[in-house]
Design a protein around this ligand. Structure first.
Ligand code: ATP
Ligand code: MG
Length: 359
């Protein structure tokens, strides 16, 4: 059988290995809607708590409005996928994956969830594209981590819903253009700046995920408590919300900690006192800062005279992974006005000195 490989105008200097036709056929998407595929870090508890309808998807009003306008206009045209591709960006845990699931529900199609590093070979993305059906959602998490070859293979499918495959070698190379069903690509990233302009410009909607307001986090905490089968007093849900760093995933995590602590106290009602005691034990302060947050700021202040200190240097000093620092800890510290990212490195602000009791 003649070898077929993804082609061509986007081909890189390092040529992808030829892909045999039979390999593409057998390369079914690794799985659909399974826990492994959604996000390797996700656990069963998070899946249970994931909103399954738009009503349960609290907050993000602007994003919901924009998507609803896009969907209803596309449905009026009788062509869901004409709403275009969607790029969602923002810190982890704000609801990007959940949004892709809800979108597929609203459209009535299937969501295929992948993380960019799992699509590192050309045959991976080719196999995935060939398995799509009309109006399906192809969700690629961490899309900024797609390798260049895979990224460029996505350009014709995104723009023209077709896949260019080349067969043969050298002068006998032939290009076969395969039509694909119209699909919607939803890309998610924590780093918009790391996405190349050609990829970014192929998205119709580029939407920022906002940190959540306290009132929304209270609603999420109450819903989570209901699902986890325990009661939260109104003060207790407020305390959880204010310590959630504007992030629903953290609200869910704190709810689980509080539930377990309440069970340890032999009560099913988490009162303000119980929650206070739990947070003291887990060393979560009234702003939602945990040990690592305080260590980042203290290290900057004590070891680097407030900064600037480079990300890698700071990460090595506190023994934390640089990416986790950058993606998870820093956005919230910046949001609180405790940390600044400058061209020379990270700096602790006067507000951080004051908060931690330094003069
Ligand atoms: N708007 C929301 N309303 C209620 N719960 C939410 C909302 N958004 C997120 N959640 C909760 O937070 C959890 C994490 O959300 P999700 O996995 O969608 O975040 P993400 O932005 O994809 O994170 P990551 O960048 O780490 O992939 C969900 O399982 C869900 O329980
Ligand atoms: Mg996600």
């Amino acid at each position: 059988m003649s070898p077929i490989e993804p082609s061509n105008s986007y081909k890189q200097k390092t040529e992808p290995k030829p892909i045999k036709a039979i390999e593409i056929k057998e390369n079914k998407p690794k799985s659909r809607l399974t826990a492994e595929n959604i996000n390797q870090a996700e656990n069963q508890a998070e899946i249970t708590l994931r909103p399954s309808s738009l009503d349960e998807y609290i907050g993000q009003e602007r994003l919901k409005k924009i998507l609803m306008i896009g969907i209803s206009a596309a449905l009026k045209r009788g062509d869901s996928s004409s709403m275009g591709h969607i790029l969602l960006y923002g810190p982890p845990g704000l609801g990007k994956t959940t949004c892709a699931f809800l979108l597929s529900k609203l459209i009535g199609s299937q969501a295929h969830i992948f993380s960019a590093p799992s699509l590192d070979k050309p045959k991976d993305i080719v196999g995935v594209l060939m398995s799509l059906q009309k109006d399906d959602i192809l969700f690629i998490d961490e899309i900024h981590r797609l390798n260049k070859i895979t990224e460029e293979l996505l350009y014709p499918p995104m723009e023209d819903y077709c896949l260019d495959l080349s067969s043969g070698n050298g002068a006998s190379t032939r290009i076969t253009r395969l039509p694909l069903p119209k699909f919607i690509l939803v890309g998610a990233t924590t780093k918009l700046g790391n996405i190349s302009a050609p990829l970014r410009d192929r998205f119709t909607h580029i939407q920022k995920m906002e940190f959540y307001q306290e009132a929304d986090l209270i609603t999420i905490a109450n819903r989570t408590a209901r699902i986890l089968n325990f009661d939260l007093s109104p003060e207790a849900s407020k305390m959880i919300a204010t310590r959630s760093r504007g992030t629903p995933r953290i609200t869910n995590r704190l709810c689980r900690l509080v539930r377990d602590f309440s069970a340890h106290k032999n009560t099913n009602l988490a009162s303000a006192e119980v929650v206070e005691e739990a947070f003291t034990l887990f060393q979560i302060d009234e702003c939602g800062l945990e040990n690592t947050d305080r260590e980042i700021l203290k290290t900057l202040i004590e070891n680097y005279n407030g900064g600037p200190a480079g990300l890698e240097t700071l990460a090595a000093t506190i023994g934390e992974d640089a990416r986790t620092l950058e993606d998870f800890y820093e956005p919230f510290l910046m949001q609180l006005g405790f940390l600044e990212r400058t061209s020379k490195g990270r700096k602790a602000t006067p507000k951080a000195y004051q908060y931690l009791g330094y003069s």
